[in-house]
Design a protein around this ligand. Structure first.
Ligand code: PLP
Length: 488
């Protein structure tokens, strides 16, 4: 059969591309009409789509119609102004345009040579962002360090854990793998546990130290010191400490200065996970939350969370890029080239797990250029102001309680039970389900010290005060209904 397919026809791209942009722009205009949390049942899509792919081409319009009628009902609308769950995952016009350009060029920038601009722009943009965060010079690319864009914070902690592991094993011998110990609080994201699993760290050597309300769920330096001493006494080798600035459950902030000193005095790698809260640290008034970052070996923040850069874009800085490269580099014949062999360039394939990599720096560059630092600071401040407003609303209603002090744009709260604790957990679980099943708002939960807590995270780009007020009204109404039922 004659090949009539023209998969990359510029005029077709123009025509369909315009239609797709219109479709997406209309989506954003009408986003509030959709239930924020998708209300479909598991398996819903199987019944709506054919069993096999078409033999003959379908029309673009037909596909768009299917997106509208079959796909969108199964979408949870993270960009809705009424989205307050987990942490945000921002999109923006600048981020979207950068993503579009990246898809358009579709290069695979594993080495400098495979697309020099991709590597060089990434180094420059991460230096820019590093300076905005006032990271120590050691993290910038002029010295031994530098930044790299990973897909996620999970990949970031994995690659630095592997770098740290190989560095220590080089010193103590490969046979000591079973003695290596990792430290963090039990509030640390599960990504660390996964990194340990992949990195061959024995599960019993992964110390997730209890954090409680006495430290606002931050890791206690004293507890860390004691645990390290006990491990040393047992002949174990402490090698990796992960601190978090803005934990996933409640935005707890570990004290980088105190923890970093302990890590340093024990010769450990010190990683800082600021996946969510790192964005806030571009504002001078919040920068102090990462004071002590100078003690760290690596620092990570997700520009795709709260920094207007479309998913995925996780910025990781290291002080010593050689440690990463030593753990992760390979040098097969088919990738050899003059610039790499002469050590004149950075080859980002050696800073990450996969070989292939997208041109992700474009979208971060677009965000920084099209918005500028001052607008980005205002953006963050506005969300924090809205979160404070929500917190004030809660404190005015004696049926509710703010559970942990609000630091950034997350409020942890609960409806107070009238009787025992079990009832309190059930009550708040029911409140969450009742609120989310309205489709008008989406919030999520966590458990702190055995208590079921509701999380209200402000951070979607379209959220305004009226959305926060509307969400609060729904919470109050559902609480009234639930408490009424309890009484009845
Ligand atoms: N670390 C923290 C503090 C987080 O809050 C999250 C996700 O919310 C992660 C890590 C994991 O992020 P990612 O999905 O980028 O791996």
């Amino acid at each position: 059969m004659e090949n009539r397919l023209k998969p990359m026809d510029a005029e077709q791209l123009r025509e369909y591309g315009h239609k797709m942009v219109d479709f997406i722009a209309d989506y954003y205009k009408t986003i509030e009409n959709f239930p924020v949390l998708s209300q479909v049942e598991p398996g819903y899509l199987r019944n709506l789509l054919p069993d096999s792919a078409p033999n003959q081409p379908d029309s673009f319009q037909h596909v768009l119609d299917d997106i509208q009628t079959k796909i969108l009902p199964g979408v949870t609308h993270w960009q809705s102004p009424n989205y307050f769950a987990y942490y945000p995952s921002n999109s923006s016009v600048a981020g979207f345009l950068g993503e579009m350009l990246s898809a358009g060029l579709n290069i695979v920038g594993f080495s400098w040579m495979s697309s020099p601009a991709a590597t060089e722009l990434e180094m420059i943009v991460l230096d820019w962002l590093g300076k905005m965060l006032k990271l120590p010079e050691d993290f910038l690319s002029a010295g031994q360090g530098g930044g790299v864009i990973q897909g996620t914070a999970s990949e970031a902690v994995l690659v630095v854990l592997l770098a740290a592991r190989d560095k220590v094993l080089k010193a103590v011998g490969k046979g000591a793998l079973g003695k290596l110990v990792v430290y963090a609080s039990d509030q640390t994201h599960a990504a660390l546990q996964k990194a340990c699993q992949i990195g061959g760290i024995h599960p019993e050597n992964c110390r997730l130290l209890k954090a409680n309300s006495s430290t606002n769920y931050a890791l206690s330096p004293e507890l860390l010191s004691e645990t390290i001493s006990q491990d040393l006494a047992h002949g174990l080798i402490p090698f990796f400490l992960c601190a978090t600035v803005g934990t996933t459950s409640s935005t707890a902030v570990d004290s980088l200065l105190a923890l970093g000193k302990i890590a340093k005095s024990n010769g450990m790698w010190f990683h800082v996970d600021a996946a969510y809260a790192g964005s806030a640290c571009v504002c001078p008034e919040f920068r102090h939350y990462i004071d002590g970052v100078e003690e760290a070996d690596s620092f990570n923040m997700n520009a795709h969370k709260w920094f207007l850069t479309n998913f995925d874009c996780s910025a990781l800085w290291v002080k010593d890029r050689r440690a990463l490269v030593q753990a992760l580099s390979t040098n097969p014949e088919y990738l050899k080239n003059k610039a790499s062999q002469a050590n004149m360039v950075v080859d980002y394939k050696d800073w990450q797990i996969p070989l292939g990599r997208r041109f992700r720096s474009l979208k971060l560059w677009m965000v920084l250029r099209l918005y500028g630092l001052e607008n980005l600071q205002c953006y963050i401040r506005n969300h924090i102001k809205l979160a404070k407003h929500f917190e004030d609303l809660i404190t005015q209603d004696s049926r509710f309680q703010v559970v942990t002090p609000r630091i950034f744009s997350l409020v942890c709260f609960r409806l107070l039970p009238s009787d025992d604790e079990h009832h309190g957990n059930k009550l708040n679980h029911e409140l969450l389900d009742a609120v989310n099943s309205t489709g008008k708002v989406f919030i999520s939960h966590t458990v702190l010290s055995g208590k079921y807590i509701l999380r209200f995270a402000v951070g979607a780009p379209l959220t305004e005060e009226k959305h926060v007020n509307a969400a609060w009204k729904i919470l109050q109404d559902k609480a009234t209904a639930l408490l009424g039922e309890c009484l009845g």
